[in-house]
Design a protein around this ligand. Structure first.
Ligand SMILES: [Fe+2]
Length: 436
């Protein structure tokens, strides 16, 4: 059995698609997700759908918890992103945008090259003006530095202002807001650009309302697609047990949703690690507890914490010398003192399988596959792990992989949302290429 372990997708569709392709190419029997499917990234709905399709289960991450219930220990920018994500996944943000696109009001994929270059330049974010003509068509006027275009385009509409309409509302209006309050006419394009750069950004200005009726077949279709996502998100659990020998949580064994287990804890957090390894037990058939390892996400750093026990190596050598096997006797209830190591995925590698020298047979570990959608170990490539179940008592093998993905595509998607007024911050797309 080969089990793909993914974590911290963070609504990064391009990254998750690349990991799915890679995992398929190397082969796996099933896939599980250690949480944080959503949060930060531009495509939470699409990522939820892929997790539902490909993963046997997913865990409750702190960003999933934040969107479902409330953000805990989030800064203001992260909190804004959470509420936007909630609107997309649990309410009607995604539905309304799809509705508008289907009715020909916004087709992001057909934006003009001028608009694309504007979207690619952070300083031009939000510099569009929408007008509703008498014929009901949306006209977008944009004045760019060195370029100008008028006329019907497919520049995406801004975020609906009333994103919190209940799913079962009878009928309602979608009010679109422009990104800029006014486009200032300048003597030339450069002057205009400077005026915009200095002008306050994203002052809401209602442009038109789009009437939606509950019985509209398209609306019903979107609602039918959204409901299972809501159900799925509310059904995810903070803990799972894998192969009857791994406790799986998003964050830490003793605080499954929010506690970080950092590599630095080896030197500075011994009590925290002792508490967490102490929480790693499962009952056996006779009612006794047995000590197990864990799989976690959350820090976005691939590698594993190793619980080394003094003398265990020499005892293993002794056991090998007399031909004895059976790790159980080596992990006797009267525990020797433990020390901890962090074994990191080495930068620059694309594939790494820890050997017995790394993992020390008989020692427990807390393994982190890294992040699919927002790596933070200064390697921007997606990270995930394949667990190969050991046969006939052989130890399980883990292989870490790094996968390149189209980072620019995700960055563009975040900027698109910012263009439409979503409260996502530029650092969310900027950090991706730096792996931070
Ligand atoms: Fe995360």
């Amino acid at each position: 059995m080969r089990i793909a372990i993914v974590s911290d997708i963070h609504a990064n569709l391009a990254a998750f698609e690349a990991v799915l392709r890679h995992a398929k190419s190397v082969g796996y029997d099933k896939m599980v997700c250690l949480g944080d499917v959503i949060g930060y990234g531009p495509d939470p709905v699409e990522c939820i759908d892929l997790v539902r399709e490909h993963c046997e289960w997913s865990l409750l991450g702190n960003h999933d918890f934040a969107a479902l219930y409330e953000p805990t220990n989030f800064n203001a920018a992260a909190r804004d992103a959470v509420f936007w994500t909630r609107g997309e996944t649990l309410e009607q943000g995604w539905m309304k945008r799809q509705f508008a696109i289907a009715r020909g009001l916004a087709i992001p994929s057909q934006r003009s090259s001028a608009a694309k270059s504007a979207a690619a330049a952070p300083c031009m974010v939000g510099s569009y003006r929408y007008e509703l003509t008498e014929g009901g068509k949306v006209i977008v006027r944009s004045h760019l530095a060195g370029a100008r275009f008028d006329g019907p385009t497919s520049v995406p509409l801004s975020e609906p202002a009333d994103a919190l309409v209940p799913l079962d509302a009878e009928s309602f209006s979608i009010r679109y807001l422009s990104g800029e309050s006014e486009v200032v006419q300048g003597a030339d394009d450069a002057a205009r650009f400077n005026t915009w750069a200095a002008a306050p950004r994203r002052t809401p200005k209602p442009q038109f309302d789009l009437k939606v009726h509950r019985d509209d077949p398209l609306w019903q279709e979107l609602l039918a697609a959204q409901r299972p996502r809501v159900d799925f998100m509310f059904s995810i659990s903070p803990r799972q047990i894998l192969l009857d020998r791994y406790i799986c949580v998003h964050a830490s064994p003793s605080r499954p949703v929010n506690e970080y287990l950092f590599p630095e804890d080896v030197a500075q957090g011994e009590r925290k690690l002792r508490r967490n390894f102490g929480a790693l037990t499962l009952p056996d058939a006779s009612g006794n507890s047995r000590r197990v390892s864990a799989l976690v996400g959350h820090t976005h750093c691939p590698g594993f914490l190793l619980e080394e026990r003094d003398e265990i190596e020499s005892r293993l050598r002794e056991a090998a010398a007399v031909g004895a096997t059976g790790q159980q006797s080596l992990l006797a209830p009267e525990e020797p003192s433990a020390r901890y190591d962090w074994i990191a995925f080495q930068k620059g590698l694309t594939e790494w399988s820890p050997t017995d020298r790394d993992m020390l047979p008989g020692c427990r570990f807390i393994l982190n596959p890294g992040s699919v959608g927002q790596p933070r170990d200064h390697d921007p490539r997606s990270s995930y792990v394949i667990l190969e179940e050991g046969e006939n008592g052989a130890p399980d093998r883990f292989t870490f992989y790094r996968v390149e993905y189209d980072i620019a595509r995700t960055q563009e998607r975040i900027r698109d949302h910012i263009d439409r007024g979503a409260p996502l911050k530029d650092w969310l797309w900027q950090r991706l290429e730096r792996g931070e």
